[in-house]
Design a protein around this ligand. Structure first.
Ligand code: 13P
Length: 338
């Protein structure tokens, strides 16, 4: 296959009606935090066991087209010695890999951050390919405050996302471009709308500058919601309206799919908000889908609690969220399905 055929095949496998992406790529500090909340120590073995539980869930491939893995998982195996990425593959789930190396403060832009990991990325991708990965993910983070993100933060982060995406495509990897505007803070939904528009506008400008072929990319954005500490919650209809408006103003029609992050929304909120977009605004140029970590994993992780005898209950909980988000993909979710 030529490089573009390889990229197109990955897009075709990832973008499917009624399906979305499972993010299971928590870094070591993040998984440690998630495990701590359920009283589980984070060790190589507990992380392996958890990810075996996820990827070995029978029927998951019916709702999940791709899974984003953390580097360590590529080398781990299940109890019978099957590599974990292979467990996903046999269910028709494409393995992908988080390639960024986390964020640091951005000098010159107090409060803003920038993500590291571009050095030797091309060489690292070759190693990931041999272990089964076909797409990649990179996350830039934008906090909202009175003065954040700054114009420099918006520009610098967009530039890094574009550098990452162009390196991926040159190596036959579909890049998921993730500009995460954080939900933390007491800002209004209007303020989130303003920031998300500015961020996405800069990202697509940078992708164009770097010659990234938009047809072979996916966007993983934040939904437009009020800050977590804002006194008012928004309805799914309001979230859908602001989010779709921001996307329509900034994301070219060539992008095949928009796969939202959940960003601290409850699992039910993330499903209802996605559903409202598909129910109220069908026929957008891009698919409106999901790439959740917490909103897919949280109930399953709570059911598991590190106990081998709870694997089945946890898989049941995971499958339920996957199925409901699959319905939300088509605008067919109703809260009574919970
Ligand atoms: P959440 O859905 O938990 O926000 O995670 C998505 C993700 O991949 C963050 O990088």
């Amino acid at each position: 296959m030529t490089d573009t055929q390889t990229l197109q095949k990955t897009i075709d496998d990832l973008v499917q009606t009624g399906k979305g992406i499972l993010a299971a790529d928590e870094s070591l500090p993040t998984i440690t935090k998630r495990f701590k909340a359920i009283g589980v120590e984070s060790t190589e073995e507990t992380r392996r066991a958890w990810r075996e539980l996820l990827l070995g869930t029978p029927g998951l491939g019916e709702y999940i087209s791709g899974v984003i893995l953390f580097e360590e998982t590529l080398d781990q195996t299940d109890a019978s010695g099957t590599p974990l990425p292979r467990l996903a593959e046999v269910q028709g789930i494409v393995p992908g890999i988080k390639v960024d190396r986390g964020k640091i403060p951005l000098p010159g832009a107090p409060g803003d951050m920038i993500t590291q990991g571009l050095d030797f990325l091309a060489e690292r991708l070759e190693g990931y390919r041999e272990k089964g990965a076909r797409f990649a993910k990179w996350r830039e983070v934008y906090p909202i405050s009175g003065h954040n993100p700054t114009p420099l933060g918006i520009e610098a982060n967009a530039e890094v996302l574009a550098r990452y995406a162009s390196i991926c495509q040159a190596r036959g990897f579909v890049p998921i471009v993730e500009p995460e505007v954080l939900i933390d803070g007491d800002h209004s939904i209007e303020r989130a709308f303003e920031v998300i528009q500015a961020v996405q506008h800069a990202v697509y400008h940078a992708l164009h500058r770097h010659g990234v072929i938009l047809e072979y990319t996916l966007l993983k954005p934040s939904m437009v919601t009020p800050g977590k500490q804002h006194p008012n919650r928004a309805t799914p209809e309001e979230v859908a309206e602001y989010t779709v408006r921001a996307l329509r103003r900034t994301v070219p029609a060539a992008v095949p799919s928009v796969n939202f992050l959940s960003g601290g929304q409850t699992p039910e909120e993330a499903t209802a908000n996605l559903n409202a977009m598909n129910a109220l605004f069908p026929g957008q140029p891009w698919e409106l889908s999901f790439s959740y970590a917490r909103a897919l994993q949280q109930p399953a992780m709570a059911a598991w609690g590190g106990r081998p005898e709870k694997v089945e209950a946890a898989r049941h909980a995971l499958l339920k969220r996957a199925r409901l988000n699959g319905a939300a993909r088509r605008g067919e979710y109703r809260p009574d399905m919970e």
